[in-house]
Design a binder for this molecule. Structure first.
Ligand SMILES: [Zn+2]
Length: 315
């Protein structure tokens, strides 16, 4: 995901012009995470982020000088402040990574203000959020913003970069958030299309069947645990298409063009309120899955909430 902003950010890790606080804005949490991982490897590695040495491995899997938090509550942030009060042991800096900065409780966000204003020497804070609107302005204004925004014509760029047809490019552009590197990663995963088909089939059952048992869907998600974030992206993408069709009745805006008939059919059976609430349930769950969690419980909770929205709003 090369852009001027991300290049400057990465170069800061190996240079001397490292600032005290950054805020990465990206609609795809996994894309933001990959950039953060690359930054941390560059910071810790003696070979500039080779990706293979013990330092790089530690940067990704657990480093004494790196603290990773997701949408932290105030108590976790207190621990973070104690963490940065000490000097780094191995890395050139102490790093606090805060993903889901747009989901931090206001009180927690406020507790960070003073530290972000003047981070202790030798520390760097890296925050990430889906959009800058969700972050308190007082937080955003204290950070260097790193916007990761795909170009306006992402599908065409992806079709060209990956030599795929227009329909595939639209699907890949939607699932990758428009980032060609991410689109390539999705396309290169041999089982991806099969998993997408199965995910959409489960979604369709969930939307269609009365008295649907969620266990088969939950089993499927659990068996594909390591792909959970892309699977949730597929679910969001499918539901977003239904929402877009309810609002516009224009197939030209649909990403999952190979499911147009089903999308049209669902658009006739649901209100936009139902579908947007379902999308929010999935976004919430996605955030939860970014940190360690009881997988089965979180997956079932999501499916129950989706069913609840379906019954509450169905036309
Ligand atoms: Zn390395």
């Amino acid at each position: 995901m090369s852009s001027i902003a991300s290049d400057l950010f990465l170069n800061a890790a190996s240079g001397k012009k490292l600032l005290g606080a950054y805020l990465i804005i990206c609609s795809r949490p996994l894309v933001a995470r990959r950039l953060i991982d690359a930054f941390l490897m560059r910071l810790c590695c003696k070979k500039g982020g080779c990706g293979a040495c013990a330092d790089c491995r530690k940067a990704l899997e657990g480093h004494v000088d790196i603290l990773r938090l997701t949408a932290p509550k105030i108590a976790e942030l207190r621990d973070a402040l104690a963490f940065v009060a000490e000097q780094p042991y191995e890395a050139p800096r102490k790093v606090v990574v805060i993903e889901g900065a747009d989901d931090m409780p206001v009180q927690a966000a406020n507790s960070l203000l003073k530290t972000l204003e003047e981070p202790p020497p030798g520390t760097v804070f890296i925050l990430s959020a889906r959009s800058v609107c969700g972050v308190l302005p007082t937080i955003a204004s204290r950070c260097a913003i790193v916007p990761l925004t795909p170009g306006p014509d992402a599908p065409r760029a992806i079709a060209k970069a990956l030599s795929v047809d227009d329909a595939t490019a639209r699907i890949l552009a939607d699932l990758s958030g428009g980032f060609p590197d991410e689109a390539r990663r999705i396309r290169d995963d041999a089982d991806f299309l099969a998993r997408r088909a199965e995910t959409i089939a489960h979604c369709q059952k969930l939307l269609r069947q009365h008295n649907m048992a969620i266990s088969a869907f939950a089993d499927f998600l659990e068996n594909n645990k390591e792909h959970i974030i892309p699977l949730l992206c597929i679910m969001q993408s499918y539901l977003r298409d239904i929402l877009v069709f309810i609002k516009t009745r224009d197939a030209g805006f649909i990403a999952n063009v190979d499911y147009l008939d089903d999308i049209r059919d669902a658009a006739n059976r649901f209100t936009s309120g139902a579908i947007s609430n379902m999308i929010n349930v999935i976004l919430d769950t996605e955030r939860r899955f970014l940190s360690p969690v009881n997988f089965r419980l979180a997956a079932e909770k999501m499916l129950f909430c989706l069913l609840e929205e379906k019954h509450r709003w169905q036309k």
